[in-house]
Design a binder for this molecule. Structure first.
Ligand code: MG
Length: 374
């Protein structure tokens, strides 16, 4: 059976508050491809032989130019309402099966499309629907009147598939009523349509927030190295004093681990490195406590709206031996970043005698951090 797809793109998308049709707004997370093109791309399948896009007069030229590269696409004029647009597009469809889909649902999966076609073949119709996890009520003037049984309540998405002859017949019967979707028209004039389970990711791009690029997590890396050579019998790592044959040469207290951590945090949110905030030409930072510097870096990160999820730190040092001090270092770093111990990892290794680390000339620390939005 031949499958036609109708994509409704004639609305103005006023709720998204853009100057032009929201469907023509580029999606940053999709290499700038707009919502409508992404939606159409999902239907470029072997089992779909035509994709009919219903557009408004004002968007017609833009949409035709956009879809010219896809020979299966046919752009047709829609109408004032969704109902009229579907009616118009149906008159151009020639497949025995017609799938009707919102242009504003670019995340429809291949499985949903396949399930929709299968449902029409088996039951004569297939309406994409989601079971609800919330209790749904029917209220009138702020008062709950009915509480339907939750396992009988679904929210309806698209695609919605039908046999072409039946859905055309249903649309021919409507007069002035407005319908928000095709399943309602079919249910009123043909028979109760069959639903199949959709996917929460198949959301409709409705409000401007839906078009914001989502970057809930940020990763950062920081590396620092300090050389031995300060006449001192300890070093400081993660704020913990560790006995050593020599101290680390530094303007501050030489806490090379905390320096790497600070750079990782700053890098994750695109801020300049610690050299910018704590220049070693500034007397203020002479012998400074790096843990205090970390506190002010954490404030910068919070100002940017982020907080650490976890941190992973690798120390490369031939000496001193660190194993005994690891629990104290981990606890100290966890406290400084307000993280549970399970989200703080510090490992230490030698360089097997190779390079400056192997020759015991200095210590290098690499830190990786993951941040999330507060
Ligand atoms: Mg440093």
């Amino acid at each position: 059976m031949k499958v036609s797809v109708i994509i409704c793109a004639a609305g103005r998308g006023e709720r998204a508050g853009f100057e032009k049709n929201k469907l023509l707004v580029p999606m940053p997370e999709n290499n700038g491809v707009c919502v409508l093109e992404k939606t159409v791309q999902n239907f470029l399948r072997e089992d779909v032989f035509e994709v009919i896009v219903a557009t408004s007069v004002s968007d017609r030229d833009d949409i035709e130019a956009l879809l010219r590269q896809y020979p299966v696409c046919k752009v047709v004029l829609g109408g004032e309402t969704r109902t009229k647009s579907v009616q118009s597009a149906l008159s151009h469809a020639s497949g025995e099966i017609v799938l009707i889909h919102d242009g504003a649902r670019p995340y429809v999966s291949q499985k949903i499309i396949s399930d929709c076609i299968e449902s029409v073949k088996k039951h004569g119709s297939g309406v994409c629907a989601l079971a609800t996890t919330d209790t749904v009520v029917i209220a009138n003037q702020g008062k709950i009147e009915q509480v339907p049984e939750r396992d009988k309540v679904f929210t309806v998405q698209t695609p919605q598939g039908f046999l072409r002859e039946e859905i055309i017949k249903a649309y021919e019967k409507i007069s002035e009523e407005r319908y928000t979707d095709d399943s309602a028209v079919y249910a009123k004039f043909i028979r109760p349509p069959q639903i199949f389970l959709g996917d929460i990711r198949n959301k409709k791009m409705t409000f401007s927030e839906d078009f914001q690029p989502t970057m809930p997590a940020r990763v950062g890396v920081g590396i620092d190295t300090h050389a031995f050579g300060k006449p001192q019998d300890f070093i400081v790592l993660a704020g913990v004093k560790i006995p050593s044959h020599s101290g680390l040469v530094a303007h501050s207290d030489g806490d090379v681990l905390i320096h790497a951590v600070m750079d990782a945090l700053l890098s994750a949110v695109g801020l300049p490195d610690i050299g910018h905030y704590f220049p070693d030409t500034d007397e203020k930072w002479k012998n400074a406590d790096s843990m205090k510097m970390l506190q002010s870096v954490m404030q910068e990160i919070k100002k940017q709206g982020f907080t650490p999820c976890n941190i992973s730190v690798a120390v490369q040092a031939e000496k001193p031996k660190l194993a005994k001090f690891m629990p104290a270092m981990t606890q100290s770093l966890a406290n400084a970043l307000s993280l549970p111990l399970s989200a703080v990892g510090i490992t230490a290794g030698t360089a097997e005698g190779l390079g400056f680390v192997g020759e015991g000339k200095g210590i290098t620390v690499t830190a990786n951090v993951l941040l999330k939005e507060i």
